[in-house]
Design a protein around this ligand. Sequence first.
Ligand code: CMP
Length: 501
Amino acid sequence: MEKPNLPRKILFFVIFAGIVIFLLILIPFVEDLLSANIVGFKEAVNEYISRVFGKTEGMMAETFVALLVQFFRILKVILWMSLIVSTIRFLRTLIFSTALRSSAYEFSTLLQNVLSIIIYIVTFFIIFNSQYPNVDLAALFTTSTILGVIIGLAMQDTLGNLFAGLAMQADQPFQIGDVISIPTKGTGVIENISWRGVKIRTFQNKFLIISNSVLGKEAIEVAPRDNLNARLVFFNTLYSNSPAKTIHTVREVVRQIENVSQKIRPIVRVRNLGDNGIDWEVKYWIEDYLKHNDTDALVRQRIWYALKREKIDFAYPTRTIHIETKAAENGFVETENEVFERLSYVPIFAPLSDEETQELAAGSRVRVFAPDEPIVWQGQPGKSMFVVHKGSVKVQIKKESQTKTLNTLREGDFFGEMGLLTGEPRTATVIAEEETQVLEIDNFCLKPILEDNPELVESFSRIVEERRNLLAEKQSERDTMKKTDNAGVFHSIKKFFGLDS
Ligand code: CMP
């Protein structure tokens, strides 16, 4: 059921309080009326009773009047208590859910409840004493052993929970929004802490409700909401692969993953020199711990792709190096012929002879990227260019805090030429849209071909100029990138490759 909003709550409270106050004002009048007419009233009651039940001693009327007086007293206690309870509940809603909601300060529900209960008890004592001044309520509670035993036994669990809850409140081991793991019970996000227990929403979107007294006895693992919590993911590689290369590859790929904190560099370290290969662990810190399962999965996926790209092999007890090399060949490594085919259909390489294209194909490498994985980053130094072989990529720039997509490039398109040809940092980030294979061409491979084909420098500079001008349009005015002309780009390419002489 939907909860009523604030104006409706105010209206309900005003109507309810109005009715209660009206009744409290009305009751003394009714009582006065009764005591003023009490003689006549008793006679009328006696007469009515004798008519209905036959002759009586007149005791019934006395009793009836006495009952009526008690009834009004009890009614007053009830009305006063309901007025107090509703006022306190209303004030709680007003103060804690409205006024303090925006501030970072979070007043615990447990303390709110305890405070309210104390106020209820004190006001009950005051109201009760005002109606029954001769009854010593405190003495009744403190001296009656049987009552004490009954209440004590009945409230054993409740009080146990309350005191465990208060102890936890003083300690503050966790707060709403933290993720906690309780052995044998489960893991989830704390949604509510009350005087009875803690409500946790598990990662299966179910609720786990644990009483404070049970929780007090458990060893709990807490991942605080406003903390950079670390995660560990394990993998292994063959002994033939260089550890330094593995560390570099995995660290660079993990730090680019969404939700992995940029503040602390991931740590990749050898856990064990195992029977089948090197056992590794990668430790990284995450921004939003609620997404740790997804982030762990993405880390494993990206490690797989990165190791494949760098030709680092996983170690499996049941597989030999020979089997794994074959799997890699079937998976991603294209034959030189296919690479040659692809490059010969790239329009910019059309002026090249077959031998030159063959030379380019021999010098290029096939690299595979996962969906949404960056291939080059804005600002990174660029030493190679890429041709999209299979799949597609999007070109994005960051302007202030916004990311803009400039273009989508498909099979046969190329990118990364700007950094390669001018020696400047990458002007944009290029991200794989799906699982994408690109051919990477290094500058030492391109240089002899540019030397022999001046028209290739010309076509490249035209495209670089077009892309630069588009980038300049998209950047804000304060950015330093200026519109360039073809001749400027042409000369800077020639200068960078030392082709001027
Ligand atoms: P580079 O600067 O080396 O790295 C990012 C690459 O994105 C850049 O080279 C270009 O190849 C590519 N790029 C930049 N702007 C565009 C654009 N408007 N359209 C297509 N590709 C672009």
